[in-house]
Design a protein around this ligand. Structure first.
Ligand code: ADP
Ligand code: MG
Length: 344
């Protein structure tokens, strides 16, 4: 016999519903950083400055020199399911990193959000600040074309998320990893990361991925990267870089797959890559690898998970096979002693 009293069904107040829905999109500080950088890149930014304080819980700020948001549209940008990126209703034609219109409203639901944006060269833009999804500041603000988004007091109104966030150092490690991945996916953008007032990462925006890789992971890599491809498979263009067999990693953290400009983890492809280089490298070692796949948007499903990390390539098998072959050819040129893993 259940004696629980029952309350009538009610529709949740919008701010509360938004806070609950935000959970999927904004799980940790790093989610905010990722979404804001993706927005900057979608806006065509050539410069993206990222700033983090207190592991992202105190402050996250992303500034860009992209197309900006016209003042009359700024309030709309912070509303759920509002996007300028989905033209028509064709989810198969997504050419941008974002498309759901959920990041900014989700952030606004779990933090204090300030947006300053200008979409022309008048020097004046608009500033909006939202607390708990409600606009509390709305004023003109000086600003060259582009957008600055500042997120403060993240998760202060979601105790469980706040408790789940790790120490600032752990959050910073994740943030730094994500900035690197995005910088690698967008080598044309000059990206900087400042952590607690200290600049920790910087790319030049040269457009060259090998240069970006060296800027992000250190000069020792210079001269130790070999080109993969380019080849054409199933309508996709595939290129990339793989490190010399003696430059290996203890973990798979340096396997970067970039599909149509998006740093992604296509599972099947990762498994094939792993199988291809395993016999060519010492046991338990992994290469530093970048694989760049450019294909038609309708060949990629990015709408699998809110994080948009998991993507599915329609021709994943054919592509995986060709990439495996490519890796074997490039790494296979090494002398046997370097190439063969000791067998136990
Ligand atoms: P999505 O990226 O899925 O469209 P967001 O909530 O991230 O959804 O952003 C909503 C809209 O706000 C975007 O579609 C875009 O028009 C605008 N926007 C957000 N960030 C920027 C930015 N940095 N520069 C220009 N426009 C932006
Ligand atoms: Mg977005």
């Amino acid at each position: 016999n259940n004696h629980r009293t029952r309350q009538p069904i009610r529709v949740l107040p919008p701010a509360l519903a938004a806070r609950i829905a935000a959970g999927e999109v904004i799980a940790r500080p790093v989610s905010v950083v990722k979404e804001l950088i993706e927005n900057a890149l979608d806006a065509g930014a050539r410069q993206v400055q990222v700033e983090v304080r207190g592991g992202g819980l105190a402050l996250i700020r992303v500034s860009d020199d992209g197309v900006g948001i016209p003042p009359q549209e700024l309030p709309l940008a912070c509303q759920r399911h509002a996007t300028s990126k989905l033209l028509g209703d064709d989810l198969a034609q997504i050419r941008t990193l974002g498309f759901r219109g959920e990041a900014l409203p989700s952030i606004a639901a779990v933090a204090e959000l300030t947006m300053v944006s200008a979409a022309d060269d008048s020097g004046i833009g608009r500033r909006l600040t939202l607390h708990d999804s409600t606009i509390v500041v709305d004023e003109p603000a000086p600003r060259p074309r582009g957008t600055t988004v500042t997120v403060r007091r993240l998760f202060q109104n979601v105790p469980a998320r706040l408790a789940a966030a790790g120490r600032p150092q752990a959050e910073v490690a994740l943030i730094s990893q994500t900035v690197r991945r995005l910088a690698l996916a967008a080598p044309h953008a000059r990206m900087t990361l400042k952590v607690d007032e200290r600049q920790v990462l910087q790319t030049s925006g040269s457009g060259d991925r090998a240069t970006a890789l060296i800027e992000l992971y250190g000069p020792p890599l210079a001269g130790r990267l070999r080109p993969l491809g380019p080849i054409e498979v199933a309508g996709a263009s595939i290129s990339g870089l793989i490190s010399d067999p003696e430059v290996t990693r203890p973990a798979r953290d340096q396997v970067h797959i970039i599909v149509n400009g998006r740093w992604a983890q296509p599972r099947g492809l990762l498994a094939t890559l792993e199988a291809a280089y395993r016999p060519l490298l010492p046991r338990g070692r992994h290469p530093l690898l970048i694989l760049v796949i450019e294909t038609e948007p309708d060949q990629v499903d990015v709408n699998i998970h809110p994080s948009k990390l998991e993507v599915r390539l329609l021709e994943e098998q054919a592509i995986a096979r060709a990439v495996g072959e490519l890796i074997r050819t490039v790494l296979g040129r090494e002398p046997r002693s370097l190439r063969l893993a000791p067998r136990v």
